[in-house]
Design a protein around this ligand. Structure first.
Ligand code: NDP
Length: 252
């Protein structure tokens, strides 16, 4: 019940990790707004799941790459719930390619969704949060923002910039009572990782000290913690949820 009375927005709340984040925040009694740009059906099924458990949830469609749509989403949330306390910038995509073959569109699309989307959504909630002098923003980054993997220059660059944006906005927004942190997941079993893990499953697994892939719920628990008052003195941090992946230099 750590988030009773709070209102949260989760972008990409219909996806693998987003869905778990929505359910995790709802389990702590936050009212949760699920947002995505694609399938309304997928997003509404998450809303239905929350409501079936006695929670409060709503769907608001918004493409995070469109600043006007993002502003409209936040206005709709304020209109319906009167406030926004938590923003989880989770929407993300991958468009993998070896660098020399990467098309400009693959580069740009990943930067637009994974980086610019975080900025647009953060900018849109600052005013309503600052008016209450309270807020928690959690950006979903990635281990690939710090540890490279081939064919991911667009994704790595975007996530590294999200870590920088997290620290910079934490410093700037602290005076308004707004905390900004990031969660950097390692290899979590979702639609996004399915293809890569089909190909490299054993090699990737061998690089994870805890010897297992992560589940979306592992990320969701870290997000619920950072959103709560238990993390009241934590801002500007990047919390790794990786099973230890990326720490070791040599073979395990
Ligand atoms: P999914 O593909 O399962 O979910 C992505 C979500 O983002 C979907 O809800 C999708 O909905 C939404 N989305 C995509 N583009 C947009 C957009 N322009 N506007 C609004 N919503 C959008 O991915 P994951 O759950 O695996 O990933 C979630 C986050 O976690 C991402 O930021 C990802 O980079 C990060 N991450 C994931 C890891 C993993 O191992 N899975 C590891 C490290 C980080 P729709 O397409 O319907 O709009």
């Amino acid at each position: 019940m750590k988030l009773a009375g709070r209102v949260a927005i989760v972008t990409g709340g219909s996806g693998g990790i987003g869905r778990a984040i929505v359910l995790g925040l709802a389990a702590e009694k936050a009212a949760v707004v699920v947002s995505n740009r694609g399938s309304r059906e997928d997003a509404e099924s998450v809303v239905d799941e929350v409501c079936a458990c006695g929670g409060t949830a709503a769907y608001v469609s918004a493409d995070v790459t469109r600043p006007a749509a993002v502003e409209k989403m936040v206005s709709e949330v304020i209109e319906r719930f009167g406030r926004v306390d938590i923003l989880v910038n989770n929407a993300g995509i991958s468009r993998d390619s070896l660098l020399p073959l990467m098309r400009t569109a693959q580069w740009q699309e990943v930067i637009d969704v994974n980086l610019s989307g975080v900025f647009y959504c953060t900018r849109a909630v600052v005013r309503p949060m600052a008016l209450r002098r309270s807020g928690a923003i959690i950006n979903i980054s990635s281990i690939l923002g710090e540890r490279p993997w081939r064919a991911h220059v667009n994704y790595s660059a975007a996530k590294a910039a999200v870590n920088a944006l997290t620290r910079a906005s934490a410093v700037e927004l602290a005076r308004f009572g707004i905390r900004v942190n990031a969660v950097a997941p390692g290899f979590i079993l979702t639609k996004m990782t399915r293809t890569a893990l089909e190909k490299f499953r054993d090699r990737v697994l061998a690089s994870i000290p805890l010897g297992d892939f992560g589940q979306p719920e592992d990320v969701a628990k870290a997000v619920a913690f950072l959103a709560s008052d238990d993390a009241r003195y934590i801002t500007g941090e990047v919390l790794h949820v990786t099973g230890g992946a990326g720490i070791a230099v040599g073979p395990l």
